[in-house]
Unconditional design. Structure first.
Length: 137
């Protein structure tokens, strides 16, 4: 696994069951509402997508508190704490995040020496912000 890889996936999701799907009708250019089952399918799909990647933020507590990627887990710059968090990832891909990509790249190299593969968010939070992607407090 290349730890300096730009991490992106295209996830194609078909909508949940609609009123017309339930009646076996072709929807074409119409936009019928989802059924109760369709809403539940959409909710489950969203939760699965959220759980696919584990984002570990190794910035300082102050930087993390100023804004983080949604779902990011803060561990700070401690390698041992980071390894414990990675162990909880249950073989899901792990993405390390720092402010500009330098510290997370360095930590990824240290982890690689121990046969632990992670991805690095290239450019870190600074790049995330420049791409106008959202942060939460």
């Amino acid at each position: 696994m290349n730890s300096e890889k730009n991490f992106s996936h295209l996830v194609l999701v078909r909508h949940g069951q609609s009123e017309w799907n339930a009646k076996n009708l072709f929807t074409g250019w119409k936009n019928p509402s989802l059924t109760e089952k369709g809403f539940e399918e959409a909710k489950i799909t969203g939760e699965k997508i959220k759980k696919q990647n584990i984002v570990i933020d190794i910035r300082s507590q102050k930087e993390f508190d100023e804004g983080k990627i949604s779902q990011a887990r803060h561990v700070g710059p401690d390698l041992e704490v980071c390894k414990k968090e990675i162990a909880k990832a249950d073989e899901n891909p792990v993405i390390l995040v720092c402010q500009n990509g330098t510290n997370s790249s360095r930590m990824a190299s240290d982890l690689k020496k121990e046969q632990i593969s992670v991805f690095v968010l290239k450019g870190g939070i600074n790049n995330w912000i420049s791409e106008k992607l959202p942060l939460v407090n």
